[in-house]
Design a protein around this ligand. Structure first.
Ligand SMILES: Nc1nc2c(ncn2[C@@H]2O[C@H](COP(=O)(O)OP(=O)(O)OP(=O)(O)O)[C@@H](O)[C@H]2O)c(=O)[nH]1
Ligand SMILES: [Mg+2]
Length: 479
């Protein structure tokens, strides 16, 4: 075998010259060492840059489903698993929600046993307005109060538990303080006149604004640490602690249990049920367990954004993934929260462009693919669809400049290369896709638009509004 000693540029480090002196050898070693250090440092910097890029990439997740289907709970599970420290740090904030869930159940029972509604409305200066049950349903109240309200034991329990009304108000006020421009945070289910006012369930607890309320209650802990005066929340907790045995007694009372059964009220099946653990939860030194937090019920209003930053040291999370952000969009699922209309925009001038993020994909084609997947969603089955074929001005200009539409859309054979014909062709394509994906079950309104043209858009906006109104009226059988 012939071994070549001639220096080569293809290997590193290069082979030494045949007649190398001791000094040259030492110098060469030093140079090689230095070069290697620089090379290693570059590698490390590149790797760090790559990791940073990965971390900066956000994963966006949309949570959809009916009210109480468990969307916010699944989000909590993600937090518990991937951001355990952040989850732990929020326990104090959840304590207020759990207490409110418990107090709400107690006051609900008290309302039923006393046969009275509790319309407590505070003045304009108060952040909390509590209308737990509607006077509209008083007419259909049960006459159960004549049975239980007459009992001496129940009457005295009711009196001793009356401070819990104040606790409910304090907690609602605290939880909605982060949302000062919005008042009521408890509301009864929407019912018809024939339904008993309580409909077997208590009012919902709602807080808008993602994590704002958590931050507010987390801050409180720090202030307490510095020895600040006891605030309303402490007062509420003391009242709860003083009432804990009576709460347990009320729940275990045979008369109460029998009455609730008779009225068809099954609190055990309802969200935010904590009565079985009343003594533990109402105790002054209570700290929420993970199970408690998962069971806590807070209705989502609108769309909440929650950013989860993956923590290190978590199973299945590599060091590369830690620090990455997962953005969750948690959408309230109750009927009142649901979407009435969906406006989809397609830039029809993009027929000769590719996606910035993937240069092999034609923009118009991608728009069709997205449209198809949105049309096929069962969640949007009864939503009015509005399709805006936008950037008509640009499409017109492109076609007039001689750009041939058929060059990009091969199926557009024998069509004229002008706005009217091309737009008509695209409209047919969009409507055909819509029709093939549950289209018969909902209305589709298509408009050619130029979103930067104020005059044209004014007319389109009026028509969009009319379409949404008509579809909604039809849905409520008013038309
Ligand atoms: N037993 C049980 N309870 C669940 C489950 N998933 C969620 N819950 C409870 O059901 C209640 C409602 O869950 P949420 O996560 O608040 O429901 P949601 O889908 O966010 O509801 P909206 O915010 O009204 O749209 C909570 O009290 C949860 O603890 C489950 O799989 N089993
Ligand atoms: Mg929710």
């Amino acid at each position: 075998m012939i071994v070549s000693h001639s220096p080569t540029f293809n290997t590193w480090p290069p082979c030494p010259p045949a007649n190398e002196s001791e000094l040259d050898r030492a110098l060469r070693f030093e140079e090689e060492q230095e070069a290697k250090q620089i090379s290693d440092a570059i590698d490390v910097a590149l790797e760090l840059e790559k990791q940073e890029k990965r971390k900066r990439r956000e994963t966006k997740i949309l949570l959809l489903g009916q009210a109480e289907s468990g969307k916010s709970t699944i989000l909590k599970q993600f937090q518990l698993y991937y951001t355990p420290k952040a989850f732990q740090a929020e326990a104090e904030a959840w304590k207020a929600v759990i207490h409110l869930n418990l107090v709400r159940s107690v006051n609900f029972i008290l309302d039923i046993v006393s046969g009275s509604t509790s319309d407590i409305t505070h003045g304009k200066d108060s952040a909390a307005t509590y209308v737990s049950t509607s006077a509209a349903y008083r007419s259909s109240q049960s006459n159960w109060s004549t049975v239980t309200g007459g009992s001496e034991v129940i009457r005295s329990m009711r009196m001793r538990l009356s401070p819990l009304r104040q606790v409910e108000v304090i907690l609602v006020k605290k939880l909605s303080a982060a949302d000062s421009h919005r008042a009521p945070s408890l509301h009864a289910p929407i019912l018809d006149e024939a339904t008993p006012w309580y409909y077997g369930r208590a009012s919902e607890v709602t807080v808008r604004g993602g994590s704002a309320w958590k931050a507010l209650l987390k801050r409180r802990r720090i202030t307490r640490g510095h020895g600040t005066m006891q605030d309303d929340l402490d007062k509420a907790r003391q009242i709860l602690d003083a009432c804990k045995d009576d709460i347990a007694a009320l729940w275990l009372d045979e008369q109460v249990q029998a009455g609730l059964r008779r009225e068809g009220v099954y609190l055990q099946d309802q969200s935010g049920f904590f009565l079985d653990d009343a003594v533990r939860i109402a105790s002054i030194d209570y700290e929420p367990t993970i199970q408690d937090i998962l069971k806590a019920r807070l209705q989502t209003i609108g769309v909440e954004e929650h950013a989860l930053i993956m923590e290190s040291g978590v199973d299945n999370i590599s060091s590369l993934e830690s620090g990455q952000t997962w953005l969750f969009y948690d959408v309230g699922g109750s009927k009142g929260q649901r979407v009435n209309a969906m406006i989809f925009l397609s830039s029809i001038a993009a027929f000769n462009q590719v996606l910035l993020e993937d240069r092999t994909v034609n923009r118009l084609l991608d728009s069709f693919t997205l449209w198809k997947s949105i049309c096929s969603s069962r969640l949007l089955l009864h939503v009015t669809f509005i399709l805006l074929m936008n950037k008509c001005d640009l499409l017109d200009a492109k076609l007039k400049s001689g750009e041939q539409f058929v060059r990009y859309v091969k199926s557009y054979k024998n069509g004229s290369n002008d706005l009217e014909h091309v737009a008509e062709y695209l409209k047919n394509k969009f409507t055909a896709i819509h029709r093939s994906q549950h289209g018969r079950k909902r209305h589709l309104h298509v408009h050619m638009t130029t979103a930067i043209d104020i005059k044209v858009m004014k007319q389109v906006l009026v028509r969009i509004r009319e379409a949404i109104l008509v579809d909604n009226l039809e849905a409520t059988d008013l038309l």
